[in-house]
Design a protein around this ligand. Sequence first.
Ligand SMILES: C[S@@+](CC[C@H](N)C(=O)[O-])C[C@H]1O[C@@H](n2cnc3c(N)ncnc32)[C@H](O)[C@@H]1O
Length: 193
Amino acid sequence: MAARGAVGRAHRAAAACLYPGAWAVDATVGNGHDTLFLAREVGPQGRVDGVDSQAAALAGARRRLETAGALERVRLHHGGHEDLLRLLPDEARGRVGAVLFNLGYLPGGDKAVITRAETTLAALEAAVALLAPEGRIVLVAYPGHPGGAEECEAVMHWARSRRPEGLALLELDPPDQSGAAPRLLVLESRPGT
Ligand SMILES: C[S@@+](CC[C@H](N)C(=O)[O-])C[C@H]1O[C@@H](n2cnc3c(N)ncnc32)[C@H](O)[C@@H]1O
């Protein structure tokens, strides 16, 4: 079933720069829904690398991917996405079509384990190095849980004012935070701009 809301829009933004045989990264694997989505987009000839700091999340995601017959095109890494460049092989640099972040806590898991501004910003910087030309960083952030608003604010500030050169801001919705609605961020690599 297709995802709805902000996650559905994130999927569509990622799908726009993926194709059979592409390389995608899920920076927050969680229960594996997004990883499976990416695996279907890149197809059997493609590759997805997924990262999560919780081993239990990765175990559940592995089962989901196996059941769907998509595990062979996915590499799951246990670690922090701030270490993306260490976890992924060097040949990933400049070759990844989409890096997806779905921030916050693991649904059905420990709500005290959340993504945090400092490590999320480090992961975003690492993700930039992975992007192929016209590759995208697609991120959904949730301001509604404790710690979420601070992370959301930090990420949106980075996207607006501190993102590296050559990275275009395609979408930031809603543009200003009001309430607890999830926020969607889409950035695209445009080398030389
Ligand atoms: C909202 S969930 C992801 C949902 C997931 N994409 C799905 O399809 O179910 C956020 C995930 O980020 C993970 N996480 C928290 N801090 C992290 C970090 N520093 N590096 C990687 N993953 C992290 C959590 O363990 C959690 O599984």
